[in-house]
Design a protein around this ligand. Structure first.
Ligand code: GAL
Length: 908
């Protein structure tokens, strides 16, 4: 049944209200609470029971260090068996299947499951106590050496195996008439849920959020036993997936008549600063056996930017009565117009205004549900020549790719850690994030909305063809539609999301019409869920004349725009080779916007340098050419790349030569766990502009100079502690937003250089090393603009701690990130210091993890001792839950002066 209710196009004035309530979630019903605390957990490395989602193919190729742009291969066919639980899990997908004739029927029999772990009577008191979000692997020791169960590709941590989570839940008898749902925001992977020993459902893909109806299984007024089984295979990803229930879990209570899960969609079809048209679609569900009459009241509010609380009511739509037939859904359309809307603007503007639609349902005059939907008012136009226009203003994409892990905290989502990542990216001048290659935690999109990043939200890294033996291709046939729909349905109200990507470098690029047909299928599903945003898939292989790119609204190129393996330094390499393809794509698709969804794949380890330095402006890393295999380091001169990559300089010049390109998403903003190209004995990537611990690599300043040209700075590299290089050529490079620079070594000029078109750094490649002081004076338009000094330091004498905040909340989630640097007597950071430091946290805090950003450091993240890497280390500290007062953080190390700082833990 579809009802279309058109509201009068009245323009509503503003009514000032006192602060009403805080908004906890994005688009959700109000009776919903987290059940993250107090779980029992146990992990088995291999399965000890007869539970299987489906039969998996035998893994014959465990090679996890294949070049990322290798051609994906055909799936291996395996016979499903009726011993598996797939038939009981698949009905969970039905809400996300369009054609009811394709719904998966609920099997009439109970599945045969012999494990006692699902039973109420099972005694789990010997299991671990854990709180969610939880990543079971992140605190464990790294696997070292060859032939380990999880290699470098997936991060050398024990993500594999079976994890069980159990929790007791009580529901009051007064709720017996309600529908009670379990919302799991993310469980890695193949999660299955039992309540009181009965299988409720599950969701195999670990990155999507899902809801289960617990109602038929609940014993009201009694204790209920929830049991969740995770089955996370190794050889299933090209990066670190994490393991376990790594996002929030909720209980939602609604009446049998209610707003469907993710059942609101607020669109802003026409937007100006004078007025905005607001279209609201609602899905109402009647899960009762009789027709139900409800009154619908809709109000619109402006939100306070800092607190996200209701600031003022800006519109109220008159009450409407709706009758929904028994066991049916009703779709309602509402429209209104807002005068003088405050628009949502992306960075660098500091105006990220959000609004909220409050939908109230009444039955017989009684309020039965409130459903809040946050949204932003903005228009986005994708123009083939002008690029992306937000509210009519052209925004060049200065974007980065981000994986979902949070470094030493792993996959377990933490709002503050994610916010810190975004804050550093914002300072860099970044204005856009591609969620590579899977749906993020919804709280991350909440942050991108509030901080003004543009987002490409992406769902898959593989379709039917496989990249790793046990990746998504195994479940693609049954799950591509539900996973695509649920991903869009959850995220569609976020103003920061400007486009959907249904795939990254999928194997179907290679299979001509057959691949394009699958692409079309996914495109159609995505368009059906959201007709307001463009759909894309990233291409590292498909060429302009092939059928694949025709399918999509936007041309998203990975590396092809600036050319792959085409520069002289790459001539000897095998693999995809293309000349710069921006012009060819533009010729073929003159009306489509073109952007680079992946650029660079430049590699480096912070503060480490390898000599000699390449003369070219981009070179593939190899032993001695930027690479030091023994130390597993890649030179910080920022010229070296993956085999298919390009240095930032090469990418910039290509972008500048093709101004119609809407911008780039660098691979990657932050380092991430897994995929440690080129050294697979390491644990984490080399591609970040920022390292895994959150320290800036030299590359940071190369991007900042381009992305924030108004920021006055100059940055010299390398460091100047080269005792062993006295008399040897030691090139000096400078990254600056200036257009001229003069370098001095111990007061002597080494020459003043002017910026040359299509060059992005100043190079003094024949500097002969002598200890002392390097100084650069940078000029813009002939006037002094900025200076930087790098000097040979003295011996390390002291440790110095610096916290990113003075106080944190004592809610068990908030974090303080503490940087430790090793300094000489004058207070200069000693860039070569590798001291073993011990952290200690006293008072009201706890040490959560330590790191140093070294991809090859295989010491567990939870250890309180850490070697500084290029002079720095990091401690992550949280407040003891509920405890107020001082947290003391100390660092000590043999032979050096120790350091101590204090921060406050405050009531949240
Ligand atoms: C790309 C791929 C990314 C990552 C990157 C590594 O080809 O899409 O997921 O693997 O290479 O540099």
């Amino acid at each position: 049944m579809t009802l279309k209710i058109c509201w009068p196009r009245a323009v509503y004035g503003s009514v000032l209200l006192s602060l009403l309530s805080s908004i906890s979630s994005f688009a959700q019903t109000s009776e919903r609470y987290k059940i993250n605390k107090g779980w029992r957990f146990e992990r088995h490395e291999t399965s000890h029971d007869d539970i299987r989602y489906d039969v998996r193919p035998e893994v014959t190729d465990r090679n996890d260090n294949i070049v990322a742009d290798s051609k994906p291969t055909e799936s291996v066919s395996v016979k499903s068996s009726n011993q598996t639980l797939k038939a009981w899990i698949l009905p969970t997908a039905n809400d996300f299947i369009k054609d009811p004739s394709k719904y998966y029927p609920k099997p009439t029999s109970e599945p045969v499951v012999t494990t006692p772990l699902v039973d109420k009577s099972y005694d789990d008191s010997h299991w671990q106590n854990v709180n969610l979000p939880h990543d079971w692997a992140i605190k464990m020791p790294f696997y070292k050496g060859e032939n380990v169960p999880v290699g470098g590709g997936m991060g050398r941590l024990p993500v594999q195996g079976i994890g069980w989570y159990r929790k007791k839940l009580t529901f009051e008898t007064k709720d017996a008439q309600k529908k009670i749902y379990l919302d799991i925001d993310g469980a890695m992977s193949y999660s299955m849920v039992w309540l009181n020993g009965k299988l409720v459902g599950g969701w195999p893909y670990g990155y999507n959020s899902y809801r289960l109806d617990l109602t038929p299984f609940i014993q009201f007024g009694q204790e209920n036993q929830l049991a969740i089984r995770i089955d996370n295979p190794t050889n299933s990803a090209r990066w670190y997936p994490g393991g376990g229930i790594y996002r929030n879990v909720w209980i939602a209570k609604v009446n049998p008549v209610h707003i469907a899960h993710w059942g609101t969609f607020v669109k802003t079809p026409s937007v100006s600063t004078q007025k905005a048209n607001i279209d609201i679609s609602l899905s109402l569900k009647n899960e009762s056996a009789k027709n139900q009459s409800v009154d619908l009241v809709t109000e619109l509010y402006l939100l306070d930017k800092n607190t996200q609380k209701l600031l003022k009511k800006v519109a109220a739509l008159s009450k409407q009565n709706i009758v929904i037939e028994a066991n049916q859904q009703a779709k309602i359309q509402q429209e209104t117009v807002l005068a003088n809307p405050v628009l949502w603007n992306p960075l660098p503007a500091q105006n990220q205004q959000l609004y909220l639609v409050k939908t109230k349902l009444f039955q017989q005059g009684k309020l039965i549900e409130i459903y809040d939907t946050k949204f932003g008012i903005r228009s986005v136009i994708f123009d083939a020549n002008k690029g992306i226009l937000v509210n009519g203003k052209s925004i060049k994409i200065q974007g980065v790719n981000q994986h979902h892990d949070l470094g030493a905290l792993g996959a377990a989502f933490n709002v503050r850690a994610a916010e810190r990542q975004l804050e550093m990216l914002r300072d860099l001048g970044c204005n856009a994030i591609r969620m590579s290659h899977n749906p993020p935690a919804e709280e991350l999109l909440d942050l991108t909305d509030r901080m003004g990043f543009l987002v490409i939200d992406e769902v898959f890294d593989s379709w039917e063809r496989k990249k790793t033996p046990l990746d998504f291709h195994l479940i693609f046939p049954e799950w591509h539609e539900p996973d695509t729909r649920s991903f869009i349905r959850r995220d569609k109200n976020h103003p920061s999301v400007i486009a959907w990507s249904v795939g990254n470098e999928v194997g179907e690029q290679y299979t001509e019409e057959a691949g394009a047909k699958i692409a079309q299928k996914l495109y159609d599903i995505a368009k059906d869920e959201d007709d307001t945003r463009p759909i894309t898939a990233s291409m590292n292989y498909a060429k302009p004349q092939m059928p694949f790119p025709k399918v999509f609204d936007i041309v998203s190129l990975n590396y092809q725009g600036e050319g792959i393996r085409d520069a002289p330094a790459y001539a000897h390499l095998k693999g995809i080779r293309t000349s710069p393809l921006y012009p060819a794509f533009q010729k073929q698709f003159p009306d489509k916007l073109i952007l680079s969804s992946e650029t660079a794949s430049a590699l480096s380890t912070r503060g480490t340098y390898v000599f000699p330095v390449a003369k070219e402006n981009s070179a593939p890393v190899s032993e001695g050419v930027g690479g030091n295999g023994a130390l597993q380091q890649v030179s910080g001169y920022e010229l070296y790349t993956a085999a298919f990559g390009a240095s930032p300089d090469k990418v910039f010049s290509s972008q500048d030569k093709h101004p119609f390109v809407a911008g780039e998403f660098v691979w990657t903003g932050w380092d991430y766990i897994g995929e440690p190209t080129p050294y697979y004995s390491a644990r984490s990537s080399y591609s970040g502009i920022i390292d895994l611990a959150g320290f800036k690599k030299d590359r940071y300043y190369l991007y900042q100079a381009r992305w924030r040209p108004e920021l006055k700075f100059a940055h010299i590299l390398p460091h100047w502690n080269w005792q062993e290089r006295i008399g040897q050529i030691t090139p000096v490079h400078v990254f600056t937003s200036a257009d001229e620079a003069e370098l001095f070594l111990n007061g002597k000029s080494l020459g003043r250089k002017k910026r040359v078109e299509f060059e992005y750094r100043f190079r003094w490649d024949d500097v002969i090393y002598e200890a002392g002081k390097l100084e650069v004076i940078a000029y813009k338009n002939g006037k002094e603009w900025a200076r930087d000094i790098v000097q040979t330091t003295g011996e390390a004498t002291q440790l110095v701690l610096k916290a990113d905040r003075k106080s944190i909340k004592n809610n068990g989630e908030d974090l303080v990130f503490v940087e430790l640097s090793v300094k000489d007597a004058k207070g200069n950071m000693v860039p070569t210091a590798t001291q073993e430091v011990e952290f200690e946290v006293l008072g009201n805090g706890e040490l959560v993890a330590t790191d140093n950003g070294d991809p090859a450091d295989l010491n567990s993240f939870i250890l309180p001792t850490r070697k500084t890497y290029s002079g720095l280390a990091l401690a992550i500290v949280k407040a003891k839950e509920g405890k107020k007062g001082t947290i003391t953080i100390r660092a000590k190390c043999k032979g050096l002066k120790s350091s101590e700082i204090m921060i406050q833990s405050v009531e949240f």
